[in-house]
Write a protein that binds this ligand. Sequence first.
Ligand code: IMO
Ligand code: MG
Length: 461
Amino acid sequence: MAKTIAIVGAGWGDEGKGAVVSDLAREAQGVGRFQGGNNAGHTLYDSQGRKVVVNIAPSGVIYPHVQNIIGNGCVIDLEVLDHNLKDLINDPKLLISDGAHLIFDYHKQLDQARENSSAKIGTTKRGTGPAYADKINRLGIRASLLRRPKDLEEQIREAANLKNEELELWDSAGTINADILITKIRPLVEKYRGLVADASLFLDKFIKAGNRFIFEGAQGALLDIDHGTYPHVTSSSTTVAGLLAGAGLGLKSIDVAVGVAKLYCSRVGEGSFPTEGESYGNIKNLTRDTAPKLTLDEKIVVYGGIRAHPDYNCLALRLIQEQGDEFGATTGRMRRTGWLDIVALKKAIRVNGLDWLVGTRIDTLDRIGTVKVCTHYQNKETGEFSYDFPGEELELEQMVPQYFEFPGWMSTTGVRAFDRLPRNAQDYLSAIEGLTGVKFAGIRNGPRQGDYIQRTNLWRL
Ligand code: IMO
Ligand code: MG
C-alpha cells in the first residue's frame, strides 16, 4: 500500500496540482511543500465548497486533520504565509523547516527591478529568484534564525547594507530601510518562531510511523531550473528529485510519483511554448478585465471544428483560455494556451520518473470541435522530425509542432466513471496513454473537490 505520493507538475505550472493534492489529502495525514515560494498559486475548494488560494502554505492547510510541512527547499515570505493562513476555517497544523530560506522586501525589489530591465523573464516578481540566488551564494537568511530574533535582526541589517549597494545598480529599484523592515516583520517572527524545527527529522519519523504523506510540487517540469526552457524557468528544482532534496529525505521515501498533466498546455510569462500557435498574438499583459471575449461567429468556427478555417488554431486556443478562465492565480495575468504537447510531456515523465499521470481540465476542452495533440516536431531549418524535447530554448524555437487531430465531444461535466465519458474523450485520453506509455490514475473534470474520475486509487496501490 502506498504511504507516500509525490505530486508534480508535468507542464509549465498551473496544471491543477493543488486540486489533486487536496482531493488525495482527505485520506492522508500529512502534506508538504519542498521547493519554490509564493510564486506558486494553488486554487483549492474546501469541504464546504469555499475557494481558497494558497501560495506558500501546503494545500493540506484546508483540513484540520492534516500535518503540513514547509521544507528546507522552500523560500518563505512570512507576510504571504500569514495571509494564506488568515482566512482558513480551521487552525492548520504547520511545521517550518529551519533550513528554509526567508524572502525579504529587498528580494522583491530586486526581482521587480530586473523585470523592468531588458533582462526581463516574466517572473511573478515575488522575490523567489533573488532569494534562491542568495541561498546558492551563501548569503541567505534561514528560518532557523526566527528562533533567535536578535541574531536575525543583525543579519537583516548586514544584508540590507549589501542589498542597498546592489539595488543602487538598478535605476528603478529604490533602497531598503532595515529599521522599517525589522519593525514590520517582528510580529511575524513572534508568531511563527514556535513552528520552526528540523523537518527532515520530523518527516522521517512521521512517515516511518505509518502516516500517509503527500509531497506537493510547485511549478512544473518545463519550468525546472535544470530541465526547463532555460533561462525562462523558475529558480528551483521542480522535479521529484527536487522534492527529496527539499525535504531532506532519501530516494526510497517516495512510493509513487504522479505527474499532473493539464490536457492542454498553458504558460504565463515569457519563454518558448511550441504548441501555442503563431497567430495567437501578444496577450501576455492582459488580465481578466482587459482580455477581449470571442464573438459568437468566432465561437461557431471552433464549436463546428472547422479546422480548414485559417484561424482555427488561434480561435480554439483562445476559447480554451476563455472556457478555462486561464488567468494566473498569483498575478492575474492571462495565461497563454496551447495544445497538449506529448514531446514536452514525455520529457516531464523522464526527468521525474513518473509512475502515473492525473489528467486535469478535460471539461475545459468540452465543445471544442476538433482537439489537437502535438505528437512530434519538425525542425523548420533542416526539415528533420524530432520526438524529443530539445534542452536548448533556441533549438526549441526552431521546432514546428506536428499534430494529430481528434473529433471533440460535448460534455464531461459530472461524469464519475471513465466508461461514462463521451467516446471521443475516452479515445483522446487512451491515445495520450499510448503515446506516453504512462497511464492516467484519474481525470479531473471540474474545479471542486470530487470533480474526479478515479481509475486507480493511488493510496491502495
Ligand atoms: P504553480 O505552482 C505557473 C513562472 C513565472 C515565470 C517563471 C519565473 O501555481 O504551478 P519566478 O517568479 O518563479 O521567478 O518566475 O516561472 N512561474 C509559474 N507559472 N505556475 C506557477 O506555479 C509558477 N511559478 C512560477 O510565470 O514565467
Ligand atoms: Mg498556479
